[in-house]
Structures are given as structure tokens and as C-alpha cells.
Design a protein around this ligand. Structure first.
Ligand SMILES: [Zn+2]
Length: 296
């Protein structure tokens, strides 16, 4: 009796090895994508080399689905995959288990019939305009205009934000506490995030301007996702304003964007004057959400 190979489906690992052996993202497409995204172009040579494989596998294992009438070309798909995979550069693609679909709309999209409770506890049903969304056991949804505005080094990255929600969800709850690695202290994580989250809420109540997008005060899950955006897009500023948060995220993502070659930091410092999320005079509201508007 001979063994029939079809009876033994390829293991995930050998399937991935086979994809990497046979396929690759064309070099000019990859280089062009990286060159356009400030926060990715700060990665060093080794990180870029290792990152390159993950989006290729991501594009094989996930399904990027444009919404009705919209189309995604190769460059658009590689851009989304590169931004989505950077957070798991050291965590591995398996961190994005449990979902397959990434739905992409041309821009902000309306979610109808959403229930929300006002301050008096009254439940309302209304429409929400979103630039991104991560379903608990379902797709990640993105607006392409917001993807284009992501990773420019001015404090906005809707892709890192939504995929941070997916990492948070790995333990079943969007509560701002993803599964922490061995050696990380749960108490330190809680204390660090709770203290900063409470301070943000208090500042906003006093009507003060805050460095962090006020949207982060929505709930602990949004706080983690917004801080993750800042970690990858403006790490110098995050470290300046919230070093304890920076250190916890560096331990969780096992990345230290602050440590990247200083010369590349210039990109960020040059744009440091502007508050993250605040409108960039060069990019008005049409393709860059102004502060306080951007539910994601
Ligand atoms: Zn969010």
C-alpha cells in the first residue's frame, strides 16, 4: 500500500514555506510601498527583510474584499498588508488567527442601526460613520482613504488601530489588555494603562487640550488601539508624552521603534509640532479625519 499525499494536508508551516519559496512581492512594488509610508520606511534593513515575507503570507491566508463597486489593485493590497503586518513583525502571523476577511470601502463608511447609550443611560439606535472597524469574530473593515492617510508620521494609522483590536480580542474581550507575554507583569500593565487613561479622561473633563486623540478616552479598548497607533506612527512623541505606556507596548509588540536609527527619526520630529489626528493644512478633511470625528 502506498501513502496518498492528499490524505495528509500540508501543515501550515510547510504550506507557508512553499508559498515563500514560490512567490514574492515584486521588489519595485515592495520598495515603492515602503518608500511611501513614513512609519515603515523607518524600519531597519533586517526588519524590512523579515517583514517582507509576512504580508505575502497575509495576502495568501486572508481575503481582502473590496466593497461593492470598489476595486483593489496589487499596490493597494500590498499597502494594507504591510501596515497590518508591521505590528506582528515579532509576534508572528498566527496572532491574527480567527478571521479571514478584510473588507475595504472607498472611504469612511456608515454602519446603520447601531445601539448606543447616552450619559443618562438611555439607549439610542443610530448610524455611525466609521473609518475602520474590527468585528469580534469577524472581519476587519477599513476605509481606503484612511488607509492612505495612515503611517505618515503624523499620528494616524487606522490599520494598526484595527489590528490592535484584533490582538486585544485574542483573549476574547476588547478590554485594552491583550494576552501578555511570559515575564510581563499584568499588574504593571493595568496600572500603567489605567493611570494614563484616567488622567486623559480628567484632562478632557477639564476642557484641556490633550496630546492623545480624545477618542482614546472612549473606553480601555480604544485607549489601547489609539496608543498602538501612536507607538508605530509617532514613537518618539509617545515616549516623550507617555514613557510608561511606550515601554509596555514595546514589551508587548517586542519592537522598539524609538531605537531605530536616529537619522530616520528626523521624519517624525519634523512633524512633531502638530497634534496627532489634528487636521494637516495640506490634507484637509477630505482625506484626513479632523480630531474628535474619527470613530474607528
Ligand atoms: Zn477602535
Amino acid at each position: 500500500m502506498s501513502y496518498d499525499r492528499r490524505m495528509f494536508p500540508l501543515s501550515k508551516r510547510s504550506r507557508r514555506r512553499r508559498i515563500l519559496a514560490k512567490r514574492s512581492i515584486p521588489a519595485d512594488l515592495w520598495d515603492g510601498t515602503i518608500a511611501e509610508i513614513a512609519s515603515l520606511s523607518r524600519l531597519d534593513g533586517d526588519e524590512l527583510q523579515r517583514l517582507q515575507d509576512i504580508p505575502l503570507l497575509f495576502l495568501h491566508e486572508k481575503s481582502l474584499e473590496p466593497s461593492a463597486g470598489f476595486e483593489l489593485d496589487d499596490a493597494m493590497q500590498v499597502r494594507i498588508a504591510a501596515l497590518a503586518c508591521r505590528p506582528v513583525l515579532e509576534l508572528g502571523l498566527d496572532s491574527y488567527a480567527g478571521f479571514v476577511s478584510v473588507i475595504v470601502h472607498p472611504g469612511e463608511f456608515v454602519v446603520r442601526g447601531r445601539e448606543y447609550e447616552d450619559e443618562a443611560g438611555v439607549v439610542h439606535i443610530g448610524d455611525d460613520v466609521l473609518s475602520g472597524e474590527a468585528w469580534e469574530q469577524g472581519p476587519v473593515v477599513l476605509g481606503w482613504e484612511e488607509v492612505l492617510a495612515s503611517g505618515r508620521g503624523d499620528g494616524f494609522d487606522v490599520v494598526a488601530h484595527e489590528f490592535a483590536h484584533k490582538l486585544d480580542l485574542l483573549d476574547g474581550a476588547v478590554n485594552g489588555v491583550p494576552p501578555l507575554h511570559r515575564g510581563m507583569s499584568f499588574d504593571t500593565w493595568i496600572e500603567t494603562f489605567q493611570t494614563t487613561y484616567d488622567a486623559l479622561g480628567a484632562s478632557l473633563e477639564r476642557g484641556e487640550d490633550t496630546w492623545l486623540d480624545p477618542y482614546a478616552a472612549e473606553d480601555p479598548g480604544e485607549f489601547f488601539a489609539v496608543c498602538s497607533e501612536m507607538f508605530f506612527d509617532v514613537p518618539v512623541q509617545l515616549h516623550e508624552h507617555h514613557p510608561a505606556i511606550y515601554n509596555q507596548l514595546a514589551a508587548f509588540y517586542r519592537q522598539d521603534p524609538m531605537a531605530r536609527p536616529a537619522k530616520r527619526q528626523k521624519v517624525e520630529v519634523a512633524s512633531a509640532g502638530r497634534q496627532p489626528g489634528a487636521a494637516d493644512p495640506a490634507r484637509t478633511a477630505s482625506n484626513h479625519p479632523t480630531e474628535g470625528e474619527n470613530t474607528r
